[in-house]
Design a binder for this molecule. Sequence first.
Ligand code: XUL
Ligand code: CO
Length: 414
Amino acid sequence: MGRKMEDWLRFSVCYWHSFCGTGADPFGAPTLHRPWNEGTPMESAKKRLRAAFEFFTKLGVKYYTFHDRDMAPEGSTLEESNRNLDEITDLALQLQSQTGVRVLWVTCNLFAHPRYMNGAATNPDCHVLAYAGAQVKKGLDTAQKLGAQNFVFWGGREGFLSIHNTDVAAELKHMANFFKMAVKYREKIGLKCQFLIEPKPKEPCKHQYDYDAMSVIGFLKHYGLENDFKLNIEPNHTTLAGHSYEHDVVMASAFGMLGSVDSNTGSPDLGWDTDQFPMDIRNATLVMKTIIEQGGLQPGGLNFDAKVRRESTDLEDLFIAHIGAMDTFARGLRNAVRIIEDGIIPGMVKDRYSSFSHGIGQKVEEGSASLEEMEDFIKQNGEPKVTSGKQEKLNPSSITTYNKSTTLLCLLWP
Ligand code: XUL
Ligand code: CO
């Protein structure tokens, strides 16, 4: 469709899982012992960064993503943390220019330090909110220094665990005002970087304000922020919210708000954010179809916010996981192109809405119709005829009984 596969896909490796992940879980100690974890925290931060760039280049991936605190260790003061970040990002800048690998997005970790246990931008204590603001200021400077194309806000602790101690209206307003400060600072420093909010319904909070795509879109529109932000959709968060895999990608795109995708998957038999590498071609096909229909994801991309399982202890497993996930999305892209180019499914959808292209339907479409006209129309035309939705013809689970279309078959056997 006039673009290289890599330009549709824009793959990105995430720093935190692949280079800081230890394999520890709430029941067990670390299992992943990486050779770059040697020496003082600053020495190992540098070794980790060099290993990461070796990995990006061997894999052939052009983008990476990171949190401020996974690239450089937090110091005992803000000034010390900023100095650590400056030193490590000097090296990152050097490695970026040597390899051509670029930052897809950077984000601030506003959830791991104990000061953020009651939230960052929604903390009941403004002293904590101020700390988060100072950290985001430095994060935006870092985005500018490294030429990041996007900046993500994921509010892991922006929500509540008890409604009894929480003023929801106040917290939402504080969060909006926090975002407005970030927008202002972005303008002030002339940073060319798309802002993204990443929805998630819960974990670590019981309820997170950025519950899902529609909650975030409603929040942004309510506070007049919809032109300053788009969404970074992570399908494992979507399924945690009780939706199907592609749901938030489709909803965000429908509103022109799909900015990037944290390409991963959960496990249907586990109820939390397992952050697995995406290996389901049917899901990848649905996501890629949406991405093609909106003309691509740029300046966003497909970021593998995914971790190898704690039992996958070989360094080689990092390669296998990323390669499998990239192949899955490459196949999804090819399927989506075939679906769009052979036109069978898009044609069926178009026909389904054909009553809106003329007469009374066209007036509804344009927003110029009235209830009185609806009444006149029904008096003249009576009862509408019954029309089949044809779900079984389209649903991949019933494809084995429908073998006329290669398009439908390719959803099941790509
Ligand atoms: C957490 C998550 C984060 C964000 C960045 O569930 O997805 O890693 O992507 O903070
Ligand atoms: Co994510």
